[in-house]
Design a protein around this ligand. Sequence first.
Ligand code: R5P
Length: 291
Amino acid sequence: MKILPGPASRELGEELAEILEVETVQVFFKIFPDGESYIRFNAESLGDEDIVIVQTTSPPQDQRLVQLLLMADNALHMKAKSITAVVPYFAYSRQDRCFLPGEAFSVRTVVKLLENCGVNRIVTLNAHSPKVLETFKIPVDDVSAIPLLAKYFKSEGLVDPVSISLGKKGLSMAREADKILKGGFDYISTRRDVVTGNVSLEEKSLSIEQRDAVIFDDVISSGGTMAKAVELAKKQGARKVYAACVHPLLIGDAQKRILQSGAEAVIGTDSVPSSLGKASIAPLIARILAQ
Ligand code: R5P
């Protein structure tokens, strides 16, 4: 096995290679003045090697996605034996069906592109809709980083902690966290208006008075959903509220918005480059690659 650390996930790629004790192939890249990406591998052939390309696709997602496609197709052309794409944050996975007639089914398009560029396997973290990914031809390993976040909170010594996830479908995240935090779990339903994109939260009564609450989501983008959830938890008398997510995209002033709504801290993993990164995903991904 050889690892190719893509321009968006250099550190993670290097860490994986170190843990797995395998070589890396250096990837040179540049962006031309018109915005196009250029990729070159420091190799003449990848003949007969299992290649693992590591590239997250957080914003600028289109650029990072094209770089991933260029790397995969180049590896295919350079005779890689197999190509695994480790894509911790999988761009476009939130458009996992046609919500309105005539809409593009974006995640399907992205998977098709990867497949056409020779990717045999995808490894990702907390995909927005794991069930949708399972319907594609190409195998997808969807790994959960929630236990890493929960372990972080356990080490912080929270008082009578309760794990809460956003969206009923996300209840599994709170359940997973609770296996470590052991204070009970619940969820807050969310509803996104398919036209405006605005999210509203169910006004639900939670058993959180005078307790520390950790609210889990797969991704924090604008921070709007999480900020509303934190407000709800504070209104219901939670002692301290923490915002946790696997993919801290934190667009614009998202972090500030969540802190202003009453959160003690916003905690994420290093699935995407951010100043948060409290939990390292490298050992988790290494375990999957070693299987
Ligand atoms: C939605 O289904 C996701 O799980 C997140 O709740 C959502 O993407 C967060 O977006 P934002 O931070 O922009 O509210």
